[in-house]
Design a protein around this ligand. Structure first.
Ligand code: NAD
Length: 252
């Protein structure tokens, strides 16, 4: 029987793969058989070791995604490493916390640039390749509960992740007939650098935990199954969804 979740022979580009959710997604895709091109600003040694332990080919591309400048180089290096790109995971993202009333233009622009602008133009560049080579592909955006909810003290983050959900739907509509599946994963509250400030705040941390039906924060590895599903042929008829992986948070 063929395995619809098998990624053997595929190449996946994962942004922000040096740590946290991006690293866990890269490892899950590697375990499913995909070669990994890890894109990010920092060293990828640990991710490389974990992916190679899973038997995957691995290549890293050093790039700062706060501007559009490295996009051409990312695409060229990724294609050189894998011949073609089958899967793109737009995971790199940042967050800035401050009251909306005093939020600065810099904290607005920095977050929007990484989370939305570069994500869109990198996706455009890679989708052009996927369309040109006629084999289609899988694009997975890492959204957030703030794609559905307002939150507090993170105005640019909420705007970027709500925007990313809309963009996921738009790109799905434009590219579905070209063989590209565009979907998103909305992680709940996961133990990573992104949530360190929340977890350090005892009051916020226990309020959050009390609302999660499964009764624990997510571990990055909890995202692996959703990522492999959306990267594989098992999801060939799935377009434009924002899939929550949140321990039941949104069901509450
Ligand atoms: P993290 O801070 O550990 O990881 C963020 C990643 O993005 C890092 O690899 C970092 O190097 C990379 N990155 C940030 N700015 C970059 C830049 N300018 N150039 C290149 N790389 C850059 O946090 P995480 O929780 O693993 O976050 C990963 C994604 O998941 C983000 O998009 C985040 O918004 C999203 N997310 C996280 C949670 C959570 O609970 N942790 C929940 C929902 C969504």
């Amino acid at each position: 029987m063929t395995n619809a979740f098998d990624l053997a022979g595929k190449t996946a580009v994962v942004t922000g793969a040096n740590t946290g959710l991006g690293q866990a997604i890269a490892v899950a895709l590697a375990q499913a058989g995909s070669a990994i091109v890890a894109v990010g600003r920092s060293g990828m040694d640990e991710t490389e070791r974990l992916c190679r332990d899973a038997g995957a080919r691995f290549h890293s591309v050093k790039a700062d995604l706060s501007s559009l400048e490295p996009i051409e180089q990312i695409v060229a290096e990724s294609v050189a490493a894998g011949e073609r790109i089958d899967i793109l995971v737009n995971n790199a993202g940042i967050i800035r916390r401050a009251d909306a009333i005093s939020f600065t233009e810099k904290d607005w622009d920095d977050v929007m640039n990484v989370n939305l602008k570069t994500t869109f133009f990198l996706t455009q560049a890679i989708a052009r390749r996927m369309i040109e080579d006629g084999r289609g592909g899988k694009i997975i955006n890492i959204a957030s509960l703030l794609s559905f909810q307002g939150g507090i003290r993170i105005p640019s983050y909420t705007a970027s992740k709500s925007g990313l959900a809309g963009l996921t739907r738009l790109l799905a509509c434009e590219w579905a007939a070209k063989g590209i599946n565009v979907n998103a994963i909305a992680p709940g509250y996961f133990v990573t650098n992104n949530t360190e400030a929340l977890r350090d705040d005892q009051k916020r941390s226990s309020e959050i935990l009390a609302r999660i039906p499964v009764g624990r924060w997510g571990n990055p590895a909890d995202l692996g199954g959703a990522a492999v599903f959306l990267a594989s042929s098992a999801s060939d008829y799935v377009h434009g969804v924002v899939l929550p992986v949140d321990g039941g948070w949104l069901a509450r």
